[in-house]
Write a protein that binds this ligand. Structure first.
Ligand code: MG
Ligand code: ZN
Length: 191
């Protein structure tokens, strides 16, 4: 079996997966972690997954907050997680919107989910193998982006909707349970 240790990542949507989705969260004071998320991230990292955030941020394009404010919030998140021994590999964001954004932000880009552009970029930047990667989102557009990028494990948080090939979970801690079991099965196959 190919050594996959350095080729696995969990792609995480941000709002609604890591923190409560209050709509256009742009300040650290509005950033409220969902239960068990930081511990779950540490556990995924211990399973040799890189942690990569892929987030639509059309609030930038709509003029609700700036690239600088988004960057500042991202830095606070990175620093907070680092204090809890969690290292984020990357944060990719799409500031665009095809109809509602202002100026140059109004475009039909390839990065806004449900398109897979941010995930494809992450796969390429970090030389990841999509089949062994996972994606966790709360919206159908997250799942579609993951599927479009060929991600092997698709998880949707807190939804009653059942979809083929998608596992419904209550949150990131439940994702850890699934991926722990899968990794154990993989390693016993290879012995
Ligand atoms: Mg979301
Ligand atoms: Zn975009």
């Amino acid at each position: 079996m190919v050594a996959l240790k350095n080729h696995k990542a969990v792609f995480l949507d941000r709002d609604g997966v890591i923190n409560s989705d209050r709509g256009y969260v742009s300040q650290w004071s509005e950033f409220e972690f969902l239960p068990g998320v930081v511990t779950a991230m540490a556990q995924l990292q211990a399973l040799d997954y890189r942690l990569i955030i892929v987030t639509n941020q059309s609030g930038i394009g709509r003029g609700f907050y700036t690239e600088g404010e988004f960057a500042a919030l991202s830095t606070q998140l990175i620093d907070f997680l680092a204090d809890h021994d969690v290292s984020l590999t990357a944060i990719y964001h799409c500031p665009h919107h095809p109809t509602e954004a202002l100026g140059g932000y109004r475009k039909d880009c390839d990065c806004r989910k449900p398109r897979p552009g941010m995930i494809l970029r992450g796969l390429d930047d970090w030389q990841l193998v999509p089949e062994v990667c996972a994606l966790v989102g709360d919206k159908l557009s997250d799942i579609e982006a993951g599927r479009g990028a060929g991600i092997g494990h698709l998880f949707r948080v807190a939804t009653a909707a059942k979809q083929d090939g998608v596992t419904s979970v209550s949150g990131l801690p439940e994702v850890v349970q699934y991926l722990t079991a899968w990794n154990e099965a993989q390693s016993s196959e290879s012995h």
